[in-house]
Every structure is written in structure tokens, then in C-alpha cells.
Ligand binder design. Structure first.
Ligand code: SAM
Length: 275
């Protein structure tokens, strides 16, 4: 943690555009997360806890795997996203998914669970080892732990687009200065072990896309848009140089002119059971 923000809040916030960005991102990587949850062994009838659920996308993936005979509880510290997650569950008629405002760091398992899962939550925690250890101590033997986290160092374009490289630099540097663990995915093995969990099985997967219709240009731009005020505050980038309103279009044009491909950050899934 090296930032003025450490411990004082969640760096991305929950503005309307950021909440929309989270849902766009969730659609972009839904199949990757679904694959990890299935490989890890989420199955009908299981009771699941989803940490840092946001507006509920991972909870909904879990809900479809555990079916109406199972249950999912999603928790998040932000009441606005929990409200939205509840509305989405209601609209989808998902009676077996509940949401609760709670902090991950001091959450107590009030009821037995079969699996504790989370996507893009550990990177935001000041002490992910302590959080996992606490939950592992409360969870029964055999409880599954399944986490899906990014490794931002894997993001690139091929051949390299200078605008893509610049955008990625602004994003990673801003996250880093804000105290976010940008390579959490590659630290999952040691994080699980240090929390007293058995070494997890793991899988790395990433989108890899070219052509004018890829969502990858907008994906990178939306993250940059959310982080821009902070990047300016840290003196990492200024709005004029970034030109956020035309960034996605310029990035797409540059990559397409190179006949190139975009590789957004890879996600690493890790899963194990409490011994
Ligand atoms: C990047 S979002 C991921 C949301 C969702 N898991 C997904 O993948 O779509 C991270 C979420 O974690 C929540 N969060 C961050 N720190 C938290 C904490 N200490 N306790 C509970 N929620 C937290 C934020 O409010 C945010 O909604």
C-alpha cells in the first residue's frame, strides 16, 4: 500500500457510468468466470457466498449452477450496488439469491456455506490473506474457495499499438498508486497458502481479439475514464493528453491499421477446499 487512498475506500467508486462499466465487463468475461466456477465444482443444491458482489453478476452465474435447490448470498460494502443487485434478482425471478450490505473484511459466516467465491475483490483488499484466513477458519472442512482475479501485466496489443501501451500504463500506474494489487491473479497461489488453505488448482484465460468490432477498445477506455480524475490527481496523466472521448475510436483505428489483436488482462481462476 503506497497511496493516500489506502484504507480509505474503494478506488473505482460507484458512479452510474462505473456501474454500467462493471456490467459491461461482467458480460465480456462471463464465460471465463462460468468456466472456473464449473471446474471448481459448483453444483446443484450448494450454498454459496459471493464476496464483493457489486451488482450481482457473479452471484447470478453461481445461482444458475446451484439451481433453485441451492442458494447464493452476495455481499458488498456499497449499499447502492446491493440495491441494484436486489432489483436485478427480483426482475429475473431469482428467489434463491439474496444480497446484503457488509464488509468482506469482518464478515462472519452466520449460516453454513458450501462455497465462498469472488471475482475482482481480493485486489482491492488491504489484507486479502487475513480475509481468507478468517473465513477459512469459520468455514467447515470441504468448503470450496473459488476466486477469479486479473493479472494486469498480461494486457497488451500485438503488434504493439503505442496508444494501447500508453493507456495500459496510465491504468496500471493509477491502480498501483491507489494501492490496488494489479497482479492479484498471479498471487492467488501464495495468498491461499498464506491463509492456511491448500494450494489451489488454477487456470489462466484471456480474451484475444482483433477487428473493428471487438469490445476490447471500449473496455480499456471505460476503465481509463473511471480512473482519469485519480490519474490527474496523482500527476500520471492529464485529460487533454488522454482525450478520453475519442480514445476508443483512436485505439480501434490504430490496432485495425496494424491488423493487430488486443489482449485485455488475463484472469486467473484458483480453487481449493478447506482441509
Ligand atoms: C471490481 S468490483 C467487482 C464486482 C463483481 N464481483 C464483479 O466481478 O462483477 C469490486 C466490488 O467489491 C466491493 N468491495 C471492495 N472492497 C470491499 C470490502 N472490503 N467489503 C465489501 N465489498 C467490497 C466494491 O464495492 C465493488 O462493488
Amino acid at each position: 500500500m503506497n497511496s493516500s487512498l489506502s484504507g480509505s475506500g474503494y478506488v473505482l467508486g460507484h458512479s452510474d457510468p462505473e456501474v454500467q462499466r462493471l456490467e459491461n465487463q461482467a458480460r465480456f468475461v462471463a464465460d471465463l468466470t462460468d468456466d472456473i466456477l464449473r471446474r471448481a465444482g459448483l453444483a446443484p443444491g450448494m450454498r454459496v457466498l459471493d464476496l464483493g458482489c457489486g451488482t450481482g453478476d457473479v452471484s447470478f452465474l453461481a445461482a444458475s449452477l446451484v439451481g433453485p435447490g441451492g442458494s447464493v448470498l452476495g455481499i458488498d460494502q456499497a449499499s447502492g450496488v446491493i440495491e441494484k443487485a436486489r432489483e436485478r434478482a427480483h426482475r429475473a425471478g431469482l428467489g434463491h439469491v439474496r444480497f446484503q450490505v457488509a464488509s468482506v473484511a469482518d464478515f462472519d459466516l452466520g449460516e453454513p456455506v458450501d462455497a465462498i467465491i469472488g471475482r475482482l475483490i481480493l485486489l482491492h483488499l488491504p489484507d486479502p490473506v487475513a480475509t481468507l484466513r478468517r473465513l477459512a477458519e469459520q468455514a467447515g472442512t470441504g468448503t470450496l474457495f473459488v476466486f477469479h482475479e486479473m493479472d494486469m501485466s498480461t494486457a497488451r496489443s500485438l503488434p504493439e499499438s503505442p496508444l494501447c501501451a500508453q493507456g495500459l500504463h496510465w491504468i496500471k500506474e493509477t491502480f498501483r498508486r491507489a494501492g490496488v494489487e494489479t497482479d492479484m491473479g498471479s498471487k492467488l497461489y501464495s495468498t491461499f497458502r498464506r491463509a492456511g488453505l491448500p494450494g489451489p488448482r488454477m487456470l489462466l484465460s484471456a480474451r484475444f481479439e482483433g477487428g473493428p468490432d471487438s469490445f476490447a477498445y471500449q473496455y480499456l477506455t471505460e476503465v481509463l475514464r473511471t480512473l482519469l480524475p485519480l490519474a490527474e490527481r496523482f500527476g500520471i496523466a492529464n485529460a487533454d493528453a488522454v482525450g478520453i472521448d475519442t480514445f476508443a475510436e483512436r485505439l480501434r483505428d490504430e490496432v485495425v491499421a496494424l491488423d493487430g489483436v488486443m489482449q485485455p488482462p488475463a484472469f486467473i481462476g484458483a480453487w481449493t477446499r478447506v482441509a
